[in-house]
Write a protein that binds this ligand. Structure first.
Ligand code: B12
Ligand code: SF4
Ligand code: SF4
Length: 376
């Protein structure tokens, strides 16, 4: 059954597949330390006691679970042309978000795989659960155990032959399958060795030590997961990232071996999709946002959070060109947007920005926004 399942997974387009007996994650202790230290920030779902119990015992998620199938799907398409990457008038999106939302690509394929397993002659009653990102499962950990790669100091699961630009998905099943050899019986994986590039390149110093990420400082967390105010001290360090961040992967030598994915859905339709002009992002209303990001993972953060992020990027750009649109945003219906627009105007400075802030302070009633403006 195991061999056919692997073939099936590959036919479904997955670039990697590993099958292991169900059990607790090998590095559960690292995760427990992570949440005990509060490094998960506002991602409360990571620390909820019932979710902790599930990560400890996948049998709580699926009673009778016997096997875990871990799949990987490449998403690397191309490098952003250097002139665009270095252009501060553009917002940068992490390359995993240049195309269609990966949840919508991986999940149906995993469901198909689960259906195939259920339909096997003699399979009997097969229970299954599929997860891409959202389950109480340490996907990287099971991926490492299943032989899909090794854990880098940047905490990414890295395939030594093709790098770390791949998504993970997991299928839990009550079926007993043929398993891949356990890590101790496989040829040893490479490691990071003495390299520390990702640790020093991280713009916000989010790695307190190798293999540990303080999510509260990570631009990916700040731009995607954090719902409220971005901490003041981190805003200037975020550069022009408006959705996710790729720095700790871009510098990784293993990603020199990345192969462009065969998945057409992950390619950007044009470079403006990968690095949109900030002025366009700042001008988005709800309708324009919904139209522009239909089918993209960016739609998950909604218009308010994306414009908040674009305000920070505009402040870091520092150009007077952004002052008119930022001034309009001082009257936005979302306090979060008004406050971050005020921060950007303060950072850009100049007479027009000053006048806009003075006028906004006179009209502003929301305390948090007043604080952002009054810091001027
Ligand atoms: C929460 C989360 C985040 C958070 C926190 C990330 C983190 N490192 O903790 C934030 C929002 C910051 C984030 C960012 C990103 N994420 Co994310 N994220 C998740 C999620 C939902 C849970 C991860 C989690 O449980 N974190 C808690 C920590 C403790 O667990 P862990 O990250 O798995 O870390 C393990 C290892 O570091 C290892 N470990 C710890 N110490 C040590 C020590 C040694 C010596 C060794 C060898 C290993 C080791 O043990 C840990 C526990 O098993 C997973 C999906 C899932 N359900 O697993 C996706 C996931 C990890 N993310 C993913 C991606 C793609 C990203 C981004 C690249 C997106 C982007 N470009 O912006 C960045 C990368 C940032 C980074 N360097 O990690 C992919 C990773 C694929 C891969 N090849 O590794 C996943 C698997 C989603 C998916 N289904 O594809 N993410
Ligand atoms: S994704 Fe960016 S901010 Fe987050 S740890 Fe990596 S380099 Fe740092
Ligand atoms: S950049 Fe270097 S230290 Fe960081 S994950 Fe890659 S090989 Fe490891």
């Amino acid at each position: 059954m195991g061999r056919h399942l692997r073939e099936r997974a590959r036919l479904l387009g997955f670039n990697r597949v590993g099958v292991i007996p169900a059990g607790p994650a090998r590095r559960l202790d690292a995760y427990l330390r992570h949440i005990a230290g509060g490094l998960h920030g506002e991602m409360a779902y990571l620390a909820r006691p019932d979710r902790v119990a599930r990560r400890r015992d996948p049998g709580i998620i699926l009673p009778g679970v016997q096997s875990v199938v871990v799949v990987g799907l490449d998403y690397y398409t191309a490098d952003l042309p250097p002139d665009l990457a270095a252009d501060p008038s553009r917002g940068r999106l992490s390359n995993y978000a240049w195309g269609v939302d990966y949840h919508d690509v991986l999940t149906p394929r995993l469901e198909t795989l689960a259906g195939w397993l259920r339909g096997q002659p003699g399979a009997g009653e097969v229970g299954s659960r599929v997860y891409v990102d959202t389950g109480a499962i340490l996907e990287r950990d099971h991926g490492e155990t299943a032989g899909l790669g090794f854990t880098g100091k940047n905490t990414m699961l890295i395939d030594p032959r093709r790098g770390s630009w791949f998504f993970l998905g997991v299928l839990l099943t009550t079926a007993a399958l043929d398993y891949d050899p356990p890590p101790e019986a496989r040829p040893e994986m490479p490691t990071c060795g003495r390299c520390t590039r990702c640790l020093t390149a991280c713009p916000t110093a989010a790695f307190p030590q190798p293999y540990v990420l303080d999510a509260r400082r990570c631009i990916s967390y700040l731009t995607i997961e954090l719902k409220g105010w971005i901490p003041l001290d981190l805003r200037p360090l975020m550069g022009n990232w408006v959705y996710g961040c790729d720095v700790c992967q871009e510098v990784c030598p293993f990603n020199r071996f990345a192969q462009p994915t065969g998945e057409a859905e992950f390619y950007p339709v044009d470079w403006d999709t990968a690095a949109p002009p900030l002025l366009e992002l700042l001008a988005l209303d709800e309708m324009a946002f919904a139209r522009r990001f239909a089918g993209s993972p960016v739609r998950r953060i909604r218009r308010g959070r994306l414009v908040r992020n674009a305000c920070v990027a505009a402040g870091n750009w520092g150009s007077q060109t952004a002052v008119p649109v930022l001034t309009r945003l001082l009257g936005d219906h979302e306090p979060l947007v008004r406050g971050h627009a005020a921060w950007a105007l303060r950072r850009i400075g100049g007479e027009a920005a000053h006048a806009a802030l003075v006028a906004a302070l006179a009209a502003e009633t929301e305390e948090a926004v007043r604080r952002e403006i009054a810091a001027y």
